[in-house]
Design a protein around this ligand. Sequence first.
Ligand SMILES: [Zn+2]
Length: 341
Amino acid sequence: MKPIPLAANRFPRFYRGGSAIDELRGVAGGDGTFLPEDWVGSTTAAFGSAGDGLTRLEDGRTLREAIRRDPEGFLGRRHAEAYGDDPGLLVKLLHAGERLPVHCHPDRDFARRHLGCPWGKTEAWVVVGVDGPGPVVHLGFREDMDPGRLTGLVQTQRVEPLLSGLNAVPVAAGDTVLVPAGMPHAIGRGVLLVELQEPTDFSVLLEWEGFAIDGRAEGHLGLGFDRALGAVDRTGWSPARLDRLRGGRGPARPGAERLFPAEADPFFRAERLRPDPAVSLEAAFSILVVTGGSGRLETGGGAVELGRGDTVLVPFAAGQGTVRGRLEAVRCLPPDPGAAP
Ligand SMILES: [Zn+2]
């Protein structure tokens, strides 16, 4: 099988953003005002939608259909034995044109019990770029949050105490953050990310005032807020505790750096590639996002040129590969079937 270059896959969301994705992908004159996300190699549909979010291949089939026909070819036997025909991974480009609302995502246990789904939505961010002054992300309550107080803040939409109750963490290009399911968070204005997630679109909104969505109706996954707020991690996150979610694990091999702490492995894995002058890739289902420079990917199944903003799906059956050139890319990988959740 050959590596598969992926076209942009964008559709409207309720918050502003997207101009930095236009810029990264080299889309001239794009109107990214409400196209803040690009779902890359996605077999996940947006919540409540039949088709938004699903990646379509050049032959018109969805990626989901293509993988169903050949799970071992796309995913490899070890992955397919653990997860069937599900890649278990959703990759996005996300550009926050305004600060996103405070929200959180359920974990697997909550999703299994209340949403009939084996996947939650632990996510992680690789900061690609920032614009504007003082870019931050908001992560986790600074002190333990009382459940009654949380319900009150959400019901009355008192945003200021909600937001100031979270840690504000400055970010710069190259930073990485693991965001465990449950942790309340908000991405600050001007941040462009490669985002890795479990393959769902489950969000519980704690804030919606001023956004183009009726959170009171749509912010609780159809469960009602009494139940949905049970997904929120109300524990306090000290700076030291937060630090364990940030940064990576150092070199994996020449030209490849492992991103995210080991706690991410049951959900997804990622590497930053900087060929020196080459970097080897083991056979694996993976999604490459080229964040700068240019070069070339060669695999047993075929080769593709790589340029800034390109996104490429590498099926397992493409075999081992090598990336050469002066470039920087994020290589996104599914969960490790051997890692305990
Ligand atoms: Zn989120």
